[in-house]
Structure formats: structure tokens, C-alpha cells
Design a protein around this ligand. Sequence first.
Ligand SMILES: O=c1ccn([C@@H]2O[C@H](COP(=O)(O)OP(=O)(O)O[C@H]3O[C@@H](CO)[C@H](O)[C@H]3O)[C@@H](O)[C@H]2O)c(=O)[nH]1
Ligand SMILES: [Mn+2]
Length: 374
Amino acid sequence: MAHPSTKIIPPLTDELDIVIPTIRNLDFLEQWRPFFEHYHLIIVQDGDPTKKIRVPDGFDYELYNRNDVNKILGPKASCISFKDSACRCFGFLVSKKKYIFTIDDDCFVAKDPTGKEINALAQHITNLLTPSTPDFFNTLYDPYRDGADFVRGYPFSLREGVPTAISHGLWLNIPDYDAPTQLVKPRERNTSSNRYVDAVMTIPKRTLFPMCGMNLGFNRELIGPAMYFGLMGDGQPIGRYDDMWAGWCCKVICDHLGLGVKTGLPYLWHSKASNPFVNLKKEYKGIYWQEDIIPFFQAVVLPKECTTVQKCYIELSKQVKEKLGPMDNYFETLADAMVTWIEAWDEINAQPKAGSQPTTPPLKKEKSEEPKPK
Ligand SMILES: O=c1ccn([C@@H]2O[C@H](COP(=O)(O)OP(=O)(O)O[C@H]3O[C@@H](CO)[C@H](O)[C@H]3O)[C@@H](O)[C@H]2O)c(=O)[nH]1
Ligand SMILES: [Mn+2]
């Protein structure tokens, strides 16, 4: 029997791109096929551009390797990381859609406590299409879910909520721990029987959170320009803080612009524990620096003239340079890269003038063969 999800066309098929960074392979897509086959994929191939990455049959996709990044962005390609999952933000840049879902290539379909397969993409879409409640915490969590509502004492003036910009999903099996935690808890596993929390909640205003990029949805039109994953990996003093940096920048901008960030469902199954010793080498400066980075973001004030994400982000880059630059000149380089990113974003996503040529087609569209009948 056809998988239930293939009987009906899932929502937002023409308004959402799935962005996948990969330095390995795309075999994991076979398991997601019932949920992903109607959506367009943007694959960002990291590492050796001469390596051929095979896309399983039947998917509509664009695939970009480092040569493509350099050709499309020219000198601005310097802001796109190499040899780090941070490269995924190139996919956010070139997408033409309103929504993005990004997932790592070692993430698979998880099962909920009843044993039912979780359609993570559908849950992210629900999260993104329903409001957030950052101004007042609802103790029954997401009031817009079936079977929930605002509890007694929740101000009626706040029940309309605010638009949701980000939907942050979680992980069964291998949790997203930093290297020191991974080293002391090498066998820790989240299973649906012991660690499945059936909740979606809004992260309150003026509260930061550690955004993980492996199971993440966002509204590109609301917050896309702030989803820059920084300078990580090859040639950089730090790695595995790409998603964290993006999350901190996004959260202060969401708070300023009155947008919401949700975390919780959906879960996916994270299969591969990356090497904790390699991770420690990548992370250690971040573990030290973040004791100053977090107070910086907690103290960020954006002027009221910052009415767009781009204006907020440029202002943030100035404060990064001024206040974090003295800690290490990496942050001066990063602040410059934040400006380059916005320049690249505005160049690639320049709104066509009314009556001008139709919007530029995807920069590198391909389609794999139709799936062979089983
Ligand atoms: O140099 C690289 C390394 C990896 N990738 C791709 O990025 C994702 C995540 O890689 P991986 O699963 O090896 O790393 P994790 O430790 O599990 O990832 C967590 O840390 C974040 C990295 O900053 C990541 O978003 C979290 O999930 C895979 O798709 C790799 O193929 C890469 O492109 N280049
Ligand atoms: Mn992983």
C-alpha cells in the first residue's frame, strides 16, 4: 500500500526547499522519500568538488559544489565556509522559496512512542504556519496544537501571537552534545521510550538558545538574511559553532522584529556520532569564547531604525566587530564576512523590478531519473 503521505500532495510543495549539506552521500534520502519526494532539494556538496555525489532517482534537485559557489559568488564566496556543515547556508542564499527545511545526511525517520513514523517536514510546516508566543509563556506549551489552548490567566491581548520565523526540531538516538559531554557520556542514547517529549514551545523573548542545524525549518522571507552560518572549518580557528552563531544572531533579531522561535517536535533519528576528539579540536575555542559571546548577545540592543533583517544584521556585524573583535581578531574577520553575506544575499535575491524579466531560474537545476518501479 502506498505510504499515506504519497496519496495527498503535502503542503507548501512549491514554497519550500530542502537544503542538505553533504561531504558523504545521500543514501539517507531513500528513507525520507515518502515525505520528501514532492519537494525540491538543494544539495550543497562540501569538500572535493571533483567527487561525484549520486542523488537517488526521482528527486528534483539543484546540486552545488565548491566550484559552483566560487563561480556564482566570485570574491563573495569567501564568506561561505569550506569543510564544515556551515556551507549549507549557501543553499539558503540561492533558494527562491519562502520556506527552508535543512537536514543532515546522517538523520533518518524516527518513530514516536506508538511506533508511528514521524513526518518531520510536516511538523515543521505546522510549527511555521502557526503563531509563536514569545511575550508570555503558556504552561500548556504550544496553545495552537490540537488538544491544547491558552491557560487561565493568559492575557487575551497576547493570544494572537506573533509570526513564527524558526522551527527547531530535536533528535533521537545520538543527541547533539558538545565534545566534552560526548566524551564523558559516549553511550548515551535518546530513545522514544525514555526521551521523547511530546511538546512544541516558543522560546521566550530575550532568551537565547543553542540552535542545532541538523533538523531545522525557517521562514526565509522573515529571517533568511540572518541565517548565515559564519566562518567555520578549513582555515578557521573554530568549527561546529556555525548553527550556534546563526541561532544567536537570529534570536536577537527575531526578538527585535517581533518574530517567534519554536523548539521541540519534530524528532528525527540522528545516526552518526561524529568523532568527539575531532569535535573537541574544532570546538574548544568556542567553548571558551562563548562565555563572552553569550553576554554580548544578551546585551545587544538594535536601534528602532533597524526595520529589516538586513539592517539588523549589518548593525549586529558592527557590534560584533566593536565588542568581540578585541577578544580575538577572528571576530573582526567574521564581522566583515557577515557584511559580505548580506551583500551576496541582496545581489542573488535582488527583487525583479515590476514588469522586468521573470525571476532568474534556479542557478543549477537538475532532476534525477524517475524511480524504478519496485
Ligand atoms: O566538513 C563537513 C562536515 C560535515 N558536513 C555535513 O554536515 C552535516 C553534519 O555533519 P556530521 O553529522 O558529521 O556532524 P554532527 O556533529 O553530527 O553535526 C552537528 O554539528 C553541526 C555541525 O556544525 C551540525 O549541523 C550538527 O548536526 C552532514 O550532513 C555532513 O555531511 C559537511 O558538509 N562538511
Ligand atoms: Mn551527525
